[in-house]
Design a protein around this ligand. Structure first.
Ligand SMILES: Nc1ncnc2c1ncn2[C@@H]1O[C@H](COP(=O)(O)OP(=O)(O)OP(=O)(O)O)[C@@H](O)[C@H]1O
Ligand SMILES: [Mg+2]
Length: 468
């Protein structure tokens, strides 16, 4: 790569920097080269980071860009940070232990004081003593899972001091997944962090969760009201998605025709990860893996393969989301399918509450409760399969691919026995079917009314707190 770069520079007598597609389009990691600044959110985060003692709770729809924006801002300030990832049964004790472990390099590093924060000798030796206590503690087996014991000396207060002295910001990712009882303990921890910040003003915790309100992440007391910045990261606007593509095109020296831009924006449905994925696949399947010497133009036909590729790669997650949305919670009748069927059958992309009630027997099935079910379908617990636009009062599928997948699934449910034996051939046929539904729904109906929108944080319907 370096050789090619210098050769190109010699031939063209100007600097042509080479980039690889995997650094440019990042569907499953935080974007760096194509990172698009979001001024309003950036300034809220910067302000909260600057105010001594202020802790942050960052929330918003899954895939809205929470992790990316936090990591880019912290990196641009060359701030040190550690990340604790939560899963469904993570306990507060495990979260504390994880942060303690990740602090290790800052307390054992041989680097000069210039590179590391000035940590007092007593705190350093306290850290090391605690570390050896934890190492020597016996683990115990509980419900087939080995758990480490949290030593009594490792209190949240102590952890706050360790973090504060090392000037390390603590990011707690996916905190909404933690059980409610455990989540309540975090508000106590944040209180301790605020208190400790008198001695360590830069000490920060950033709790991140894919939910509709900050209170679903941490339900704190009013005394913390002015000490916690609630930052909402909305889904991306069309302009922001366009900026990702423009940055990527410049880096790879490619050109997506205007219709390709438009189609990608529409299919992305405000989710940057889909935009990155489609751009990546389109370039990759057309042999573009590095910066091009001669500008390469992409036409709408080139997008077809990328869409099919996206469908194939995500069919498991579509299935999982649909299963979650359809799952009967009380063992009785499958209450959400008739609503989702109304969307799949309709030629419109957005439906009102009345449109849904007018479908088949829905009026009798739901009556006034239809709003309740629609709201549930916008929650993490139901896979956020439906979104609501507060301004128009309309509901719509959160992702066009999911809608096409659900349509295929529902029609397959009715057909039952499909005479396809080979699993692979069956999967290919299923995805081709989803693609043709998608084409019918979105390409062949001329202009569609789907728009990217920003849902004001306080306007998102109440979401049930549960794991993603
Ligand atoms: N500002 C941005 N500029 C460019 N790409 C972005 C930006 N923000 C997010 N992305 C891209 O969008 C995708 C999702 O971003 P990210 O993982 O940060 O979302 P998230 O809100 O943390 O999602 P989750 O709640 O599921 O963890 C990634 O592919 C990332 O590269
Ligand atoms: Mg994230």
């Amino acid at each position: 790569m370096k050789f090619l770069e210098s050769l190109l520079n010699k031939v063209f007598k100007k600097k042509i920097k080479q980039f690889n597609i995997k650094e440019v389009f990042t569907p499953s990691t935080s974007a760096k080269l194509t990172f698009v600044e979001r001024k309003d959110i950036d300034s809220q985060i910067n302000k909260a980071l600057l105010i001594p003692g202020m802790q942050l709770v960052v929330y918003g729809h899954s895939g809205s860009g929470k992790t990316t924006i936090i990591q880019n801002i912290l990196s641009s300030k060359t701030k040190r940070y550690i990340v604790t990832n939560c899963i469904l049964d993570t306990s507060i004790g495990e979260i504390i232990l994880d942060a303690f472990d990740k602090l290790n390099p800052y307390y054992t590093s041989e680097k000069t004081e210039k590179d590391t924060a000035k940590i007092g000798l007593d705190l350093k030796s306290s850290y090391l003593t605690l570390e050896s206590t934890i190492k020597s503690e016996l683990t115990y087996e509980y419900a087939e899972k080995k758990q480490r014991l949290l030593p009594t000396q490792l209190t949240p207060q102590r952890l706050a001091e360790f973090l504060g002295a090392a000037e390390v910001t603590w990011i707690i990712e996916d905190f909404h997944k933690v059980a409610i009882a455990e989540r309540q303990k975090l508000s106590q921890i944040l209180k301790i962090f605020v208190d400790v910040s008198n001695r360590y003003p830069g000490s920060k915790t950033i709790a991140i969760g894919a939910v509709g309100t900050a209170r679903e992440i941490v339900n704190y007391d009013s005394e913390l009201n002015n000490r916690i910045a609630e930052i909402h990261v909305p889904l991306m606007s069309n302009g922001e998605l366009e900026d990702i593509m423009i940055k990527g095109e410049n880096l790879l020296n490619v050109d997506f025709e205007p219709k390709v831009h438009k189609d990608i924006i529409q299919f992305s449905s405000s989710l940057a990860s889909i935009c990155h994925h489609l751009c990546f696949s389109m370039c990759y399947s057309n042999g573009v893996t590095d910066t091009q010497l001669v500008k390469r133009v992409f036409k709408p036909e080139d997008l077809r393969g990328a869409i099919l590729d996206y469908l194939k790669q995500n069919s498991d997650s579509f299935k999982e989301t649909l299963d979650r949305a359809l799952k009967s919670r009380d063992g009785n009748f499958d209450k959400t399918k008739p609503i989702l069927s109304a969307f799949c059958i309709s030629s419109k992309q957005e439906l009102s509450k009345d449109d849904i009630l007018n479908y088949k027997n829905n009026k009798n099935l739901y009556g006034k409760k239809v709003i309740q079910y629609l709201n549930l379908l916008t929650t993490v617990d139901y896979g956020e399969i439906i979104r609501f636009d507060e301004n128009s009062g309309m509901y719509f599928f959160s992702n066009p691919f999911l809608k096409a997948y659900a349509s295929m699934q529902f029609s397959e449910d009715e057909k039952h026995n499909k005479p396809i034996q080979l699993q692979q051939a069956r999967e290919q046929a299923r995805m081709e079917e989803v693609y043709s539904i998608l084409k019918r729904m979105y390409f062949e109906q001329g202009e569609t009314k789907m728009r990217a929108r920003r849902i004001p944080p306080n306007k998102i319907p109440n979401r049930k707190s549960a794991g993603k």
